[in-house]
Write a protein that binds this ligand. Structure first.
Ligand SMILES: [Fe+2]
Ligand SMILES: [Fe+2]
Length: 280
């Protein structure tokens, strides 16, 4: 099973421009997914679906997603707005007013979390969400679980995008996820830069953004001294392909740019392939 992940689409950054740069970038990823063999089995979009959380931008998203080649599941981020999101995507499951839900894929259970706190840039995970997640994970403790959420609950070193040390929401999430051996992976976004790490011993894969990326600048930042460092850069649109191999998830970080093919499987490469791959 192949799971595509797109994150931080930020549609509506240019409010009056339906052909905006972020839409072009998102469309480029969807075209890549639609041209794959095999096609992805599902697509997860992990938040910051829009830039300003307005209804018009969610309608743009809905229209753009008609090009998705597979079922799509949506997660919200700090740039999203629950009410407007649900007005346009009313079939998205909710509980306690939060956009969190599960999708049973047979081989594993996808658990989509809601880490939005209106007005906050960083993540949130309150006791009500923790109670829901705890009960949800208890109910599928014998099944492999993949968790999707917008905010990665870890410090990564790009200081202006980083989690506050000792953030309460991180401790709350830690308390729920600690000692859960059936969690195969956590899939996040928000940082606009791909990386992997662990959280409570679970693999955490953060996908690069569809919208422009955050520059990889690890030098300490002094808010009182604008030092002219790069902050946002326009590398090619990022996405991920997570390959469920039967019991685990393998993550391929991809970009949707054009690039030359330097070698193909033709007669000149056939001896190499035959030496590497057993005959069917
Ligand atoms: Fe974002
Ligand atoms: Fe975000």
């Amino acid at each position: 099973m192949l799971i595509a992940q797109i994150t931080d689409i930020h549609l509506g950054f240019e409010p009056d421009n339906p052909g905006e740069f972020n839409r072009q970038r998102f469309d480029a990823i969807l075209r890549k997914l639609g041209a794959m063999t095999p096609l992805p089995d599902m697509l997860i979009c992990t938040g910051d679906l829009t830039d300003k959380g307005d209804v018009g931008s969610y309608q743009q998203l809905k229209e753009a997603l008609t090009a998705a080649p597979c079922e799509t599941h949506l997660c919200i981020g700090n740039h999203d707005e629950r009410g407007n999101f649900l007005e346009v995507f009313p079939d998205t499951p909710t509980s306690d007013g939060f956009v969190h839900y599960t999708v049973d894929k047979g081989a594993f259970v996808l658990v989509v979390l809601d880490t939005l706190e209106p007005g906050e840039h960083g993540g949130a995970f309150c006791k009500r969400r923790a109670a829901w997640l705890s009960a949800t994970l208890d109910a599928c403790s014998e099944r492999p679980v993949v968790i999707a959420l917008h905010h990665p609950p870890v410090r990564h070193g790009i200081e202006w995008m980083d989690v506050e040390p000792d953030a309460e929401w991180v401790k709350t999430l830690s308390g729920v996820l600690r000692n859960r051996s059936n969690i195969r992976a956590m899939l996040a976004g928000h940082v606009h830069r791909p990386f992997t790490t662990t959280f409570e011993n679970h693999l955490l894969a953060v996908t690069g953004s569809s919208a422009p990326q955050v520059a990889l600048e690890l030098a300490p930042i002094d808010p009182s001294n604008p030092d002219n460092r790069p902050m946002i850069v326009s590398e090619e649109p990022g996405y991920s392909l997570h390959h469920w191999t039967g019991d685990d998830l393998v993550t391929f970080f991809q970009t949707a740019g054009d690039y030359p093919t330097l070698a193909r499987f033709d007669a000149s490469l056939q001896p190499l392939v035959q030496s590497l791959v057993p005959d069917a």
